[in-house]
Write a protein that binds this ligand. Structure first.
Ligand code: THU
Length: 142
């Protein structure tokens, strides 16, 4: 399987940007979209979904993960994240700590790639282990 190719990166950026259009974020006005690439080739898209009671809000990344896992898919290669105030893509949007912990549950930290993008020409790629060093995960309980 290996590292993600430039072509796949561009597709994930497009799909994450499409997903952002559905962001339900009336409280923060900050729109986020994610596109999660599974080992089986499927791409699961997600947006952030806020709530009047605030704490039930769900990030775009977790929406994408939970869509996949709830359909029986739980092996992943990469996720792309885009976001910005009112959907204006002017900088990188990095995953929150809770989402990094969820990635840790389902992904190999040494190989899973996290793409932070502004557009198809402007992105950077991290490994989960760089964003979440010494993370606690399923291996610790094995
Ligand atoms: N948010 C995400 O969906 N993903 C991130 O990576 C950062 C934050 C959402 C949560 C909330 O709806 C809004 O952005 C502002 O924090």
């Amino acid at each position: 399987m290996g590292d993600i190719q430039a072509q796949e990166v561009k597709r994930l950026i497009r799909e994450a940007t499409e997903a952002m259009a559905y962001s339900y974020s009336p409280y923060s006005g900050f729109k986020v979209g994610a596109a999660l690439l599974a080992d089986n080739g499927n791409i699961y898209k997600g947006c952030n979904i806020e709530n009047a009671a605030y704490t039930p809000s769900n990030c775009a990344e977790r929406t994408a993960f939970y869509k996949a896992v709830s359909e029986g898919v739980s092996k992943f290669r990469a996720i792309c994240i885009v976001g910005g105030k009112d959907g204006r893509l002017t900088g990188f949007t990095a995953p929150c700590g809770v989402c990094r912990q969820v990635m840790m549950e389902f992904c190999n930290p040494g190989s899973f790639q996290v793409i932070l993008a502004v557009d198809e020409a402007c992105y950077k790629i991290y490994r989960l282990e760089e964003l979440f060093p010494e993370g606690f995960g399923p291996e610790n309980l094995a």
